[in-house]
Design a protein around this ligand. Sequence first.
Ligand SMILES: O=C[C@H](O)COP(=O)(O)O
Length: 197
Amino acid sequence: MSYRYEITQAVVRQGIIAIVRTASAATAVEAAVPLLDAGLTSLELPLTNPGALEAIRQLRADHPSAVIGAGSVLDEASAVAAVRAGAQFLVAPNLNVAVIQAGHRYGAAVLPGAGSVSEVVQALEAGADAVKVFPAPTPQWVRDVLAVLPYAPLVPTGGVAPADVPKWLEAGAVACGVGSALARTPIDDVKALIRAA
Ligand SMILES: O=C[C@H](O)COP(=O)(O)O
């Protein structure tokens, strides 16, 4: 998978980005593998995780068909480091045009963060492949924004409950980022969630 539009497609196809937050590279891999085995195909490892780059490198090597991204990518140096470690997509809670440019320069899809209609538009103008709406507002917010920006690929993230993912997707979000609540979800429920998304 080389082109960033293919990466974006793969990320949104399932409708869920599983965000793995742990205290070390080893525990990140340990937490990621059951999610991948359950059928989740897109994983985000925030750079705030100690050992995130190492975990990204290992997951890319061991799971070549998965789509592995880096989260909390706030600046260009972090973007380049993440791509060099193998990150195929970059996510941030904010908009930094230099992150988009660096990601695109090296073939990664980039999902900057936005919290308002103006910020969504700024992210799209800056070349965002999709826009992380953070923290996740409400499904009605997504509906309202899509009424005026029907082409905006929105990815609500932050406080999304796994069981609510279908509601966000019905509202028109292209995917949801799900982190802490996913970590608390039994793996059989994760499988059901994948079927429902
Ligand atoms: O970047 C987003 C958050 O870390 C994910 O939030 P969450 O843990 O509430 O799903």
